[in-house]
Design a protein around this ligand. Sequence first.
Ligand code: ZN
Length: 375
Amino acid sequence: MRIKEAYIVIERGRIKRIGREPYGEGSGYQLNCEGLVVSPGYIDTHIHGLEGIDVLEATCDDILELGYKLVEHGVTSFLPTVAAAPHEDLLRVCRTVREAHESWNYKRGARVLGLYLEGPYVNPVKRGGQDERFIRGPSIKELEDYIRASGGLVRQITIAPELEGALDLISYASSRGIVVCIGHTMATYDETMLAIAAGARKATHIFNTMRSFHHREPGVALALLLSPSTFIEVNADFVHLHPATVRFAISLAGPDRVVLITDTSKVARLPDGEYVVRGMRIIVKEGIPRLAESGVLYGSFITLDDAVRNVHSLGYSLEECFTMASYTPSRSIEADVREKIGLIAPGWRGDLIVLDERLRVVKTIIDGNLVYERD
Ligand SMILES: [Zn+2]
C-alpha cells in the first residue's frame, strides 16, 4: 500500500485512522510515514524453525523465541510448521503450539497463528526432506486427535491427493476449517482437480516435491496454477526455483494468489557445517542446507524479507511484493477474517513494518507497539 504524507494511528492494537495530519496527544501510537516505505507486517505461513530452533522439538518458550527472532526480518505473524513425525510427537507439538498461542503477547515477538501439518499424509516418493519412517496413509481419526490436542489450532495441512483415503480426509479437514494444501505428491492433473473439488485450496511450495510438468500430463503444478480458487506457495530463495520459474508462477497466478514462504528449518542461518536433526544428517554449505545422504534441499536459508527483496529484483512493484508477503498469506489461511492481519486499513491489527530504500527492515510494530528497531 502506498501512503503519501500520512499518519497511521493505532489504538488498542488496531489501526484507527490513516490521515494527512497528525492527531492530538493521547491518540495511541502514531507513525508518521512521510518519506518512508511502510508495509503490513510480513506473515510467514510455512516455517519449521530457524537458528537452532526446531518447531517439532520445541518447548513453548522455543516457539515464542522463534517469533522473537522473526521480528527483525519484518515478520509479525507466523504459522509454526512440522513435517511427518510419530503420532505422539505431533500430539506434543499440538499442545506446545496451543500453549504458545495462549501465552503470546506482542512483547514476545511475532504472533503465533497456530499449526501447519505439512505431513504425515504425503507421498514417500516425493518426500523431499521429510522422514520416510513417519510418512503414512491419511487418517481422519489421527487428524481429529491433532485438532483436539491443539484446541482447534491446526490451521493448515498438506495432503497428497493420490493416496488412498486422501479425498475423504481433504473433505473432512476443509469442513473443520483447516486449509488443505496439495504437496509432496505425484498427483496427476485429474487427481489434483478432484482434490480441489473436494476442498483443497493451496499448493505446497509449487514445483518442489511434486510431479513435474509434462505437456501431455501437465500434472499437479499446472492444475493448481490454473485453478483460480487456489493459493500458491512460492519459495523465492532462487535455489528451490530458478528466478524465471518464480516469474512464471507469479505471472500465472498473480500476486493475489501467490504466498511467499521461507520453509526454513532448524539449521537455517547457522554457520556452514554438519548438523543432525532428529537422526537426519544435514550439511550446510555456503548457507544452503541439504540432506547428507541424498543431497536433497532441506528447506531454505532465507527469511521473508529476503524473499521480498528477491521478488522485487524481478521487477515486481513494492505493492505486489508486500501483497505476496502479507495480505495474500493472510487470506490464504483466513487470517484476514480471524486475526484481521495483512492490511493497513482502519479496523485491522496494528502490525506494520518500516523499511529503508533497499527494503531492509528498520522498524517492526505489532499491535501498535514498537517491537524492533534497527540500531
Ligand atoms: Zn516445509
